[in-house]
Design a protein around this ligand. Structure first.
Ligand SMILES: CSC[C@H]1O[C@H](OP(=O)(O)O)[C@H](O)[C@@H]1O
Length: 351
């Protein structure tokens, strides 16, 4: 059985296969409580994804891959002759748990393709693939960390948005992986992290990860980012992604688009860090990316306490789309694309 290997520095495991089931670190409880949730079915995993017990595009895909293992095990036990056909409903439930992050659909597609070829008990072959997907994500993050770090001039400040660390991936992180590598390479003096309303991924998750790594950081209100750039405090904005269209348009946490516009206006470079499992060649451009709208209560309340005036409605898109023209560097495990275009992305994906 493949043992998931991370560097000794990385003790945070958002997603883990333990004994014969899935264990998730409940990210709704962080940073003050580190509680874990044990899951034994695909339907429960889909609910955990929908409720953001686990979140972050790659982490969602990895959790879904393990959920397919549990679904196939149950199906084979009940229907050894036609277990594969009986997986359809649970696969659909997982697929529909969150619509924007393509890593979810990418992982499910890989697991289903493998399931189509298995004769006999599927549990261990599918578990081996799920663990390979998990390990490949970690390996990609370490490699992207070095590739992205090489782009950052010495002793600079950087700004990041949402959470793209070990909590959002198989481990180490995408944009936060670049920040981790750049800091250990002496490239970064200071990290600025947007609090990232309304789910507070920055203040609750990224600040927690940076504190655990003892990386100096300041949290800021999302609305303070343009002022920070105007003061010349950062040379790069570094973010992750949930889906990259074939033309290089980038879907990411709400607020990313305004960061990109402000970065271009202030001469700050804009870096997107994502494994190629986040690139979706079937989505031709950013307008075709489905944007998840989440419950308005996430905006109207803070820690389940209502802060908005009564009878107030809220609009709560969870993502926005940054046009490729505002991206200075797209960092993937296959290499870096400067000023991404459809042609450059097609060539990278074919390499
Ligand atoms: C490493 S990609 C993480 C990506 O996912 C986040 O969204 P959410 O917290 O709603 O899952 C955000 O868009 C991050 O950039």
């Amino acid at each position: 059985m493949l043992k998931i290997i991370m560097s000794q520095h990385d003790s945070i495991r958002a997603v883990e296969w333990k004994d014969n089931h899935l264990v998730l670190l409940d990210q709704r409880k962080l940073p003050h409580n580190e509680q874990f949730v044990a899951l034994y079915s695909a339907d429960d995993t889909a609910e955990a994804i929908r409720n953001m017990v686990v979140r972050g595009a790659p982490a969602i895909g990895i959790a879904a891959a393990y959920a397919v293992v549990m679904a196939a095990r149950k199906s084979y036990k009940q229907y050894p002759q036609d277990w594969r056909q009986r997986l359809t409903a649970e696969i659909e439930t997982l697929k529909n748990s969150r619509p924007t992050a393509i890593n979810l659909m990418w992982a499910l597609k890989r697991m289903c393709a493998a399931a189509d070829t298995i004769q006999g008990d599927p549990e261990y072959p599918l578990l081996a693939l799920a663990q390979q997907i998990h390990q490949d994500d970690i390996d990609a993050n370490y490699h992207m960390g070095e590739l992205g770090s090489a782009l950052i001039p010495p002793s600079h400040g950087v700004l990041t948005h949402c959470n793209t660390g070990s909590l959002a991936t198989g481990g180490y992180g995408t944009a936060l992986g670049v920040i981790r590598s750049a800091y250990s390479n002496g490239k970064i003096e200071h990290v600025y992290a947007d609090e990232t309303r309304p789910w507070w991924q920055g203040s609750r998750l990224t600040a927690w990860e940076l504190a655990k790594d003892k990386i100096p950081a300041h949290l800021l209100c999302d609305g303070a980012a343009a002022h920070l750039m105007k003061l010349g405090k950062v040379s790069w904005v570094i973010v992750g992604s949930d889906r990259i269209a074939a033309n290089g348009d980038v879907a990411n946490k709400i607020g990313t688009y305004s960061l990109a516009v402000n970065a271009r206006y202030h001469g700050v470079k804009f870096m997107v860090v994502a494994p190629t499992s986040t690139i979706d060649l079937a989505t031709l451009c950013g307008n075709d990316i489905p944007i998840e709208e989440r419950p308005q209560e996430e905006v109207l309340n803070v820690s389940n306490q209502r802060i908005a005036a009564h009878h107030t409605q809220a609009w709560n898109p969870a993502f926005d789309v940054t046009p490729a023209s505002l991206v200075d560097a797209l960092v993937t495990e296959k290499g870096v694309i400067e000023n991404p275009t459809a042609e450059k992305i097609a060539a990278l994906m074919a390499s």
